[in-house]
Design a protein around this ligand. Structure first.
Ligand code: ATP
Ligand code: MG
Ligand code: MG
Length: 371
């Protein structure tokens, strides 16, 4: 099978690595340059979307902010999984909220803001404090504002109005501020036959809006079954095929959906070492119409993101059950450069191992782990 991935970043790279043992060839379409590249080397493979679409058996995506004209070409070929509708819902918070409402899945109260009057109205409908999020193009907490007192309205509007004007069809989704106890995510796959396989919930810690640490297997069965019910509702509403990630707020044991990602997800990287079948392989299996792989947790596993660093102490490679994954990307401040998966036989042992790892990390670059 030949799978074309829209997007040529680390997620396409890890799909290529996971596909090789199954004889699944993965090519990456760099949406920016319009070229098809090898997902591991970034070497030019083919020119033009049409050539690539004809060559591929299946087309999928590693991110949701894909120009709609590209999605249309792919959808028309009948090879795109998940569908344009699912990808668009992940890339436009207005569609995402509508989808969650349609699937009857709980999420934060919201209002869509297009003008100053809408902002005033949101004070009543959503309430203060609220979180304002750009409907289009947001990731890693970018394009977000916190609205915490009515006096802030003028200054806030001064920041928001140029943001709205900068992108056609841009809007703001104003959401109630959720006083969550923690954030968790569920990664799961749905096959072409409608079968579903989900991983255990992952607990996620962010720093400045960017995921820093994920730990799998820390939640009870009550939370897991809530998450699974919501996953099923969203996936079935979309007739979804592939891996889907759902981020949740845990508020006193009750889950609210934060957002969805119609793709493999950073908070699922731990599955490379911690699960029987990793999320990348399961995504490929799903979109290729193959049976889904077992998602059982093999052992307690954590994932630490490497942000803005392109070297690590060699000693880390000597730590037992510690696995380093680099993405081969050029170093930039704060950029996701790689991750480290750490496994252990229990959560206590995992904590000890994360402590041992922290000794070799720069506290400035790994604030969550080294605090
Ligand atoms: P990602 O990189 O995960 O796609 P994003 O830019 O789409 O991020 P969100 O996940 O919507 O952004 O928000 C980033 C973080 O901001 C969340 O993980 C959470 O910590 C916080 N946050 C978002 N919405 C709310 C809310 N309504 N109430 C409280 N905190 C929130
Ligand atoms: Mg997001
Ligand atoms: Mg998020």
């Amino acid at each position: 099978m030949k799978v074309l991935v829209l997007g040529a970043g680390q997620l396409a790279r890890m799909m290529a690595l996971a596909g090789a043992p199954l004889n699944i060839e993965v090519l990456a379409y760099d949406v920016g340059s319009g070229q098809v590249v090898h997902p591991l080397t970034q070497q030019l493979m083919m020119k033009g979307l049409d050539t690539a679409v004809t060559y591929a058996d299946v087309i999928t995506a590693e991110f949701e902010h894909i120009p709609h004209n590209i999605l249309e070409v792919c959808e028309a070929s009948g090879k795109l999984q998940p569908t344009t509708q699912a990808i668009k819902a992940g890339g436009d918070r207005r569609l995402e909220k509508k989808l969650l409402d349609r699937a009857s899945v709980a999420s934060a109260r919201y209002q869509i803001i297009n003008n100053r009057d809408d902002l005033e109205q949101a004070v009543n409908t959503v309430g203060i404090p609220m979180v304002l999020k750009g409907a289009l193009g947001g990731y890693d907490g970018k394009g977000q504002w916190r609205f915490t007192s009515v006096e802030q309205a003028d200054q806030l509007w001064q920041e928001i109005s140029p943001f709205l004007a900068a992108t056609p069809d841009q809007a703001i989704v104003a959401e109630e501020f959720v006083p969550f106890d923690r954030e968790v995510s569920l990664i799961g796959a749905r096959g072409k036959d409608g079968s579903i396989a989900v991983y255990p919930l992952t607990e996620n810690t962010h720093h400045n809006g960017v995921l820093s640490l994920s730990v799998a297997g820390k939640t009870d069965s009550q939370l897991q079954s809530q998450a699974e019910t919501m996953f099923k509702a969203v996936a079935e509403t979309l007739d979804y095929v592939g891996v889907l990630a759902i981020e949740f707020f845990d508020v006193g044991g009750k889950l609210l959906v934060n957002e969805i990602a119609p793709r493999v997800h950073n908070s699922g990287h731990w599955t490379q070492q911690g699960a029987e079948t990793c999320q990348f392989e399961n995504h490929l299996r799903a979109v290729c119409g193959l049976p889904l792989g077992n998602t059982t947790l093999l052992r307690s596993t954590a994932m630490v993101n490497i942000l803005g660093e392109d070297t690590l102490a060699d000693e880390i490679l000597s730590l037992p059950q510690c696995h380093v994954h680099w993405y081969g990307k050029e170093k930039r401040p704060g950029r996701k450069m790689g991750h480290i998966n750490v496994c252990a036989n229990s959560l206590d042992e995992l904590n000890d191992k994360l402590g041992e790892l922290a000794v070799y990390l720069d506290p400035a670059a790994f604030p969550v782990l080294c605090k």
